[in-house]
Design a protein around this ligand. Structure first.
Ligand SMILES: Nc1ncnc2c1ncn2[C@@H]1O[C@H](COP(=O)(O)OP(=O)(O)OP(=O)(O)O)[C@@H](O)[C@H]1O
Ligand SMILES: [Mg+2]
Length: 630
């Protein structure tokens, strides 16, 4: 009886671990909902869409599949050859026989290595191609989103989708899928080989399989949890970073570095903890599988060593030393893929979760789209009409309440009104940055909802309240990659808006570097560049939302002058906070709380002695005062 003690000891140890894990499984809940990680798409749907991306590369995948069979063959055959060598060595052998066996082994090894290499190269290349197509699609879709949709998603989140999430998917194509399939084949193959070699020993190994399954199931729950946490924390940190790096100057101005550091530390630590949890889960799972492996090897060696198995005929089979060696190697080849499979299955889950997130962004329908019967605007005269337009950003909180006005071609109309009265909103509706809820907006008598958006925007030059310059050069910021714009046109535009004065003084002129957001230029200079950028695209209608309230007198004069010139180009709608800027407008529309209060020329409005008159005098007095003090 005592002969069985070692085996019983092994069984008890394995059982104890199994019970501990089971308890953990039962008592630690998977807080799926709490982490806002509910899946919307089924795995099958996600797989179907991924396959659609992979389909053009079917040939490459078939090649990899073929090559994979060879490397599996190595896994199957190599233990047999080593067992064969062992038997040769145990008996009366000739060196020649051993040489032959070794030569066969080395030959198979070389072929298998070559296969692995080819497989890796083909897969990496294919995977990267698939992912770059996916990234392009993703970016293109993000570009189509309306302002409203873009406002709703933090930039950091989008960055995570385009970078981290597509990377996770790329790993699936380059690594996971093939290895998953390979491991399944290896397990089946090794199992069959073991069965053919010896039932009895295979049955002994089978005793360990329920434990492997149990450990794997438990491991999957914990690792999925850890993966989710890592993902959430990564998105969180990216979102925080992208916002706070943009606003870092404000942080410095208000001496808030410490507070922000704390915020960042919290997120960073959360990510660290999530990663640690992930490592811990793997750190427990791997040794456990290893323990099962060692236990099964111990059993094999114990039984074999005890002579219970050696040269015994059991169910018609004889166990030789060669069988034992082959089995020893097969056990390793059996446990390895099982452990890999469990881990890869997790990665696969994680990749599918990433794919779902990516597809969710891809599925966002642009809120503003061309209608099927939309027309293309070839020429624009520049007549604009608002008919009782109602608009709200947030449901039922009307920002524009029945706005109506009519602008004739080539007319210059200015909007004034206190802050938040809806000036910027009117201008954005015109370019269909947002969709209005009620009323009509007509351009040359055509409802703008019936005009193709791209063709509408082509005729509009929008100079927004916040001038945005991209990193690059002055030239690239003016042309914005439009290929039909010549060098001469760029220079001409700069001259026209008086931007040439400062550009000429720069060392590299038009090729001067523009850093991120144009932070190496002054507000006035940025404004002039945005003017040049607008007129070089030859718009028929110009829209200016002016924000530079505090620029030096010299630049102000330059801007004033360029504005007056631009008025000759076409219809112009402008918002200016300095009333002196708009004095020469053909018409001034005074807004208050989303309603038009008055309209007329500067002179007419002054004579009316209404809201504009008051505004004008307030500003005039202030200017007098500042002049008096300076
Ligand atoms: N994206 C947005 N989402 C929700 N509300 C918005 C949004 N943009 C503007 N608003 C609201 O709409 C109102 C009008 O804003 P708008 O930008 O048109 O004002 P404005 O007249 O241009 O002001 P300013 O002179 O300060 O530029 C404001 O009350 C503002 O709070
Ligand atoms: Mg505004």
């Amino acid at each position: 009886m005592y002969e069985w003690y070692p085996l019983i000891a092994v069984g008890v140890i394995v059982l104890v671990f199994a019970i501990i894990l089971l308890m953990a499984y039962i008592f630690v809940k998977d807080k799926k909902q709490a982490m806002g990680f509910e899946r919307q798409m089924s795995d099958r749907e996600i797989m179907r869409r991924l396959v659609r991306y992979a389909r053009p590369y079917l040939r490459e995948f078939l090649l990899v599949g073929g090559v994979m069979l060879f490397s599996i063959a190595y896994d199957m055959i190599s233990p047999l050859i080593i067992g064969w060598i062992e038997e040769l060595a145990a008996g009366n052998f000739e060196m020649k026989q051993i040489y032959r066996a070794v030569a066969v082994y080395v030959g198979i090894l070389l072929v298998s290595m070559l296969c692995s290499y080819v497989q890796a190269v083909v897969l990496q290349r294919t995977g990267q191609r698939i992912i770059s197509v996916m990234r392009e699609d993703l970016f293109r879709n993000i570009e189509q989103l309306s302002h409203e949709q873009l406002n709703a998603i933090p930039v950091g989140k989008l960055v995570t989708r385009v970078t981290n999430d597509t990377n996770a998917i790329s790993m699936m194509f380059t690594n996971l899928l093939v290895n998953l399939i390979k491991n399944v084949f290896v397990i089946i193959g090794v199992f069959t080989a073991m069965l053919l070699l010896n039932y009895e020993l295979t049955l002994m190994i089978l005793c360990f399989v329920p434990f492997i399954v149990l450990f794997t199931v438990i491991f999957r729950r914990f690792s999925r949890r850890a993966y989710r946490k890592v993902k959430d924390c990564t998105t969180d940190i990216n979102t925080y970073l992208s916002e706070n790096l943009s606003g870092i100057k404000i942080t410095q101005i208000f001496n808030r570095e410490e507070a922000k550091m704390q915020d960042f530390l919290e997120r960073s630590n959360a990510l660290g903890r999530a990663k640690q949890e992930q490592i811990l889960v793997f750190g427990i799972f791997r040794p456990l599988v290893y323990m099962l492996y060692v236990s099964s090897v111990l059993c094999l060696l114990y039984l074999g060593g005890k002579g219970y198995l050696k040269d015994q005929v059991f169910m018609g089979q004889v166990i030789t030393s060669g069988t034992l060696v082959s089995f020893y190697l097969y056990i390793m080849k059996f446990f390895n893929p099982i452990q890999n499979l469990a881990e890869q299955f997790n990665w696969l889950q994680s990749a599918l979760a990433s794919a779902e997130k990516v597809f969710t962004v891809m599925d966002l329908e642009p809120a503003i789209q061309d209608t099927p019967d939309a027309v293309c605007l070839e020429e624009v005269r520049g007549e604009i009409e608002f008919r009782d337009v109602w608009f709200s950003y947030v449901e039922e909180e009307w920002v524009l309440k029945g706005v109506s006005f009519h602008v004739l071609p080539k007319e210059t109309v200015a909007f004034v009104g206190s802050t938040g009265s809806g000036k910027t909103t009117i201008l954005s509706l015109l370019c269909r940055n947002y969709e209005f809820q009620k009323g009509e907006i007509l351009i040359d008598g055509i409802d703008i909802r019936r005009i193709k958006i791209a063709s509408l925007r082509r005729h509009f030059g929008q100079m927004l309240q916040d001038v945005f310059l991209f990193s690059g050069t002055i030239r690239s910021n003016i042309a914005l990659r439009a290929e039909n714009i010549t060098e001469e046109e760029i220079r001409e535009a700069c001259r026209y808006v008086n931007a040439d004065h400062f550009i000429d003084k720069l060392e590299k002129g038009l090729d001067e570097e523009v850093r991120e957001r144009g932070n190496n230029f002054s507000a006035g200079q940025r404004q002039l560049l945005s003017f040049a950028r607008t007129i070089v695209h030859k718009p028929s209608v110009m829209i200016l939302d002016e924000a530079t309230a505090n620029i030096d007198t010299e630049t102000e004069l330059l801007i004033q002058d360029s504005l007056e010139k631009m008025q000759n180009i076409g219809t112009m709608l402008m918002v200016a906070h300095r009333l002196s800027t708009i004095r020469h407008a053909d018409r001034i529309i005074v807004l208050s709380h989303g309603r038009i209060m008055e309209q007329g020329t500067h002179q007419e409005l002054l004579e009316k002695k209404g809201r504009y008159y008051r505004l004008y005098h307030l500003q005039y007095q202030r200017e007098e005062m500042t002049r008096g003090t300076s």
